[in-house]
Design a protein around this ligand. Structure first.
Ligand SMILES: [Zn+2]
Length: 653
């Protein structure tokens, strides 16, 4: 092989493509790997496109200190809550009273995980909903912002934020304006835009590591090792113990706040994160299925600005709820341009007594939606708030009804706004995940009757592609959309399916809970209420309401047509109870591990195949098993990842 890699790159692309589309290629993995190394590529196990992948261990979000207690004044933001959290942790978990907590900045970026096997980057995914996230392996491999090869042989998972330094972001926006292009509203959006378009010339991002699994049991030690491997790691701003004085933390909090607006090398900081140094402590205290107990965020006080209300409009939610939106003079708050502010309810609009021309105070904290705080000035002549309250639905003109503090359009089936929202939900990331369908295209689809008035199942009706091509005036776009639906058809999970159909009262969390216990909608309907209450933790009236929704003609018809057309969602029942392969030496005997796995309903097998759920890698694992797992895209877990995983099952069920 000579150094001219022109032909080689093309050949590798072809083989990789064959492998990903048919599962077979003309060359073995080993040959592919050695060729790929020659041209400096690492693509084994990488999948093409915007596929969603499951994380080996969930990427949970953090609880916020302000939710644990009273929120005090801006100067001492959350100190009461912080003190409350510290004493609560000490009394509930005395075993960690002397453990060390590490203080790090909370970066305003996109959370991502990277997996390395045998020293090479083999997979990267965004956090997504914490369980599933978008596969961005190709983007990260091309980006050059993370090491592709590291001097570390064991399986390693690192987590961090892809972020954009504020100075770099400002320069980027200046460039965009100079080029006559639209600037990004904030650095985080620039990162998201860059991640989805993956254009290397826009490589404005950096990766900052905030956690590593599979090195040692100590967080700070892991960061040091990772820094040695070539990663940029989150700064350690200090440490504390739960028994320390409040000032140990608040001094660092106030000092760090001066850096919150970023620099040439740092992105915006939302606040601080406090996390346990010891991974053993972390495992011991665990958490629930949405957030860990071993880490907590302490956000900075909100930024505030005043502006003038220039209009009041009303939107119709997916459930028919009418939400007032105050349009205002664009104003910069905490690095973001705000031009509208959603109010929680009609009630709130009246409470605040807002009218066009009023000067209002708006606050914003990190990536949180702007909050209209109060009216600071009312001109002498103004319209009364009551005059703005709509009598009819702004979308379908039907009379609105008051339910509690809210106004509702009860014309659920025919209201165009509600119908559009249902379709948007159907194609959203947690639904069928069709990237190419946004609001504008969906409006056209519905206006032109592409789905024959059938509802969401119409995406799988005969001749849909032709009608779509006519409506959108592009056969290429239509093909792209329909093939995305074809891909979704074979891989949609029951949780995503239930979420996608929009069953009032059934959000993603509930959909996921149900998906662990049933195979489909008819299973839920035939399940006794008591059993359903146990699974969902819902009260009886809520379970009955859920069943009523599931029996509605919209859901029944959609489910019927989807089933007839071969959309059978993947249930978690079989995937959560699968077979695993153990390789290498673990801390416990093989017999003990096998027995533990059996208690959780797993079987262990000797060889890795398509049905293997995970390969547990101890010290000195069999490389042929690891390689086979990589080839089949099966998660490789360290022993501690396995334990973490089993803990999540335990808490979910
Ligand atoms: Zn309506």
């Amino acid at each position: 092989m000579n150094n001219d890699d022109n032909g080689l790159t093309g050949y590798l692309d072809e083989q990789a493509n064959l492998y990903h589309t048919t599962g077979q290629s003309a060359i073995s993995d080993a040959v592919y790997d050695s060729l790929a190394r020659t041209v400096g590529r690492v693509v084994v196990g990488a999948k093409e496109g915007n596929d969603t992948v499951k994380h080996n261990t969930p990427m949970l979000s953090l609880n916020n200190i302000l939710t644990t207690g009273v929120c005090d004044q801006v100067e001492t933001w959350g100190y009461t809550a912080l003190s409350h959290w510290m004493s609560m942790m000490v009394s509930r978990l005395p075993m960690i009273r002397d453990s060390v907590w590490v203080i790090e900045p909370k970066l305003d970026g996109l959370a991502i995980r990277l997996n390395y096997v045998d020293g090479r980057l083999i997979s990267a995914a965004l956090r997504g909903d914490g369980v599933y996230g978008r596969d961005v392996t190709t983007v990260m491999v091309d980006s050059g912002i993370v090491p592709l090869e590291i001097d570390y042989r064991d399986a390693l998972e690192v987590r961090g934020e892809v972020n954009c330094a504020e100075g770099v972001f400002t320069a980027l926006n200046t460039q965009l304006r100079d080029d006559g292009l639209k600037p990004y509203s904030n650095a985080r959006n620039a990162v998201a835009g860059w991640m989805s378009s993956a254009s290397p010339h826009l490589a404005i991002c950096q990766f900052t590591l905030y956690d590593a699994m599979g090195i040692s049991d100590w967080h700070v030690r892991n960061k040091e090792v990772c820094a040695g491997l070539g990663f940029t790691t989150a700064k350690t701003l200090g440490t504390f113990k739960l028994t320390d004085t409040l000032e140990t933390i608040t001094d660092i909090f106030t000092q760090s706040a001066s850096q919150r607006s970023g620099s040439m090398t740092d992105c915006l900081w939302d606040g601080l994160v406090y996390k346990l140094d010891s991974h053993i402590d972390r495992l011991a205290i665990g958490g629930n299925d949405t957030a860990p107990m071993w880490a907590i965020a302490h956000k900075y006080p909100p930024s505030e600005a005043t502006t003038v209300v220039v209009g009041i409009t009303f939107t119709v939610g997916i459930d028919g709820r009418i939400t007032p939106v105050c349009q205002c003079d664009p104003v910069e708050i905490g690095g973001v341009i705000v031009s509208e502010c959603t109010l929680h309810s009609i009630h709130r609009l009246h409470d605040l007594n807002i009218s066009v021309g009023d000067t209002v105070s708006i606050t914003r904290n990190g990536d949180v939606i702007p909050h209209l705080h109060s009216v600071v000035y009312r001109p002498t002549t103004r319209m009364e708030t009551a005059d703005y309250a709509p009598k009819r639905c702004p979308s379908c003109q039907s009379m609105l009804e008051t339910v509690g503090k809210h106004l509702y359009c009860e014309n659920h089936e025919q209201c165009p706004s509600q119908e559009l929202s249902r379709h948007l939900r159907f194609v959203s990331e947690r639904g069928f995940n069709i990237d190419e369908l946004g609001t504008e295209r969906l409006k056209v689809v519905l206006q032109q009757g592409v789905l024959l008035g059938e509802g969401v199942s119409g995406w799988y009706s005969d001749g849909v592609e032709d009608r779509l091509a006519t409506a959108l005036n592009s056969a290429t776009v239509a093909r792209k959309i329909i093939s995305a639906f074809e891909v979704a058809k074979d891989k949609i999970s029951l949780a995503n399916y239930l979420y996608a159909l929009y069953i009032p009262g059934c959000g993603y969390t509930l959909s996921k809970k149900l998906s662990y216990h049933v195979r489909g909608i008819q299973d839920i309907l035939s399940m006794p209420n008591t059993q359903l209450m146990e699974i969902t933790q819902l009260k009886e009236h809520a379970v009955i309401a859920l069943k009523t929704q599931l029996m509605s003609s919209r859901i029944q018809e959609a489910d019927y047509w989807m089933t007839v057309r071969g959309i059978i969602p993947k249930t978690q029942i079989t995937t959560i109870r699968g077979s695993v392969v153990i390789t290498g030496t673990l801390s416990q005997s093989r017999q003990a591990i096998t027995a533990m796995l059996e208690r959780y309903g797993y079987t262990t097998t000797a060889s890795v195949n398509q049905t293997t759920m995970a390969v547990i890698c101890g010290a000195a694992p069999s490389m042929s098993k690891v390689n086979r797992a990589v080839k089949l895209n099966i998660p490789r877990w360290t022993e501690s990842q396995l334990t973490e995983h089993l803990n999540t099952i335990h808490t979910t069920e």
